[in-house]
Write a protein that binds this ligand. Structure first.
Ligand code: ZN
Length: 193
């Protein structure tokens, strides 16, 4: 296993993740390549002092859940520590979506510090995307539901990284502000007689 803080190791992981998600796009109207999200989450974790294994896990955080990569494969490629963090942030897809979302709220506080960092960065990236390029088929109610749910999950993730918490809080405020602006715009009465 190479040193995890090697530039080469980070890029090897980013390439693995980019290939695993090569056929996926983000839900936003812009349809950004999925790897943009993975790089943003990893950049957030790294910028706020995340340990190297958390940065690698951030690049891989959706590989099991959304790209069908096996945890055993991650263990063989990136080591037990990275694979364990990814497993911690992976939902059980055999459960209905509503149950999975509720379990994220309930389980957040019991996660390891590294998993909390990855999850906070993930939610931050998702809220930024919601403010900047929301899914075209999400109405305001669905967007508001998402922001309020993300805030509930984030409450359980506090304590691992004040910097990531601040980034999350800013992204949540921005997402709410974008909803408010649009709600006001839709209420605006045409002033012409
Ligand atoms: Zn994600």
């Amino acid at each position: 296993m190479p040193h995890r803080d090697d530039t080469a190791e980070i890029l090897r992981t980013a390439l693995f993740a980019a290939r695993a998600h090569a056929d996926q796009r983000r839900k936003g109207a812009r349809g950004e390549p999925y790897v943009n999200h993975l790089l943003e989450v990893a950049a957030l974790v790294a910028a706020h002092g995340g340990p190297p294994e958390a940065v690698l896990a951030a690049l891989l955080h959706d590989a099991v859940e959304d790209a069908g990569v096996r945890v055993e494969t991650l263990r063989a490629e990136f080591g037990a520590e990275v694979a364990a963090i990814v497993a911690e942030v992976t939902d059980d897809k055999s459960l209905p979506k509503g149950t999975r979302k509720e379990l994220q709220v309930q389980h957040a506080a019991a996660k390891s510090a590294a998993a909390k960092r990855v999850k906070l960065a993930d939610k931050t990236s998702n809220l930024r995307a919601l403010a900047e390029s929301p899914p075209a088929d999400w109405d305001d109610a669905r967007r508001l539901d998402y922001v309020l749910w993300a805030k509930r999950v984030a409450e359980g993730l506090r304590g691992a990284s004040p910097g990531l918490e601040a980034a999350f809080d800013a992204a949540a405020a921005e997402a709410l502000a974008s909803l408010r602006v649009e709600a006001l715009a839709s209420l605006r009465v045409d002033p012409t007689p």
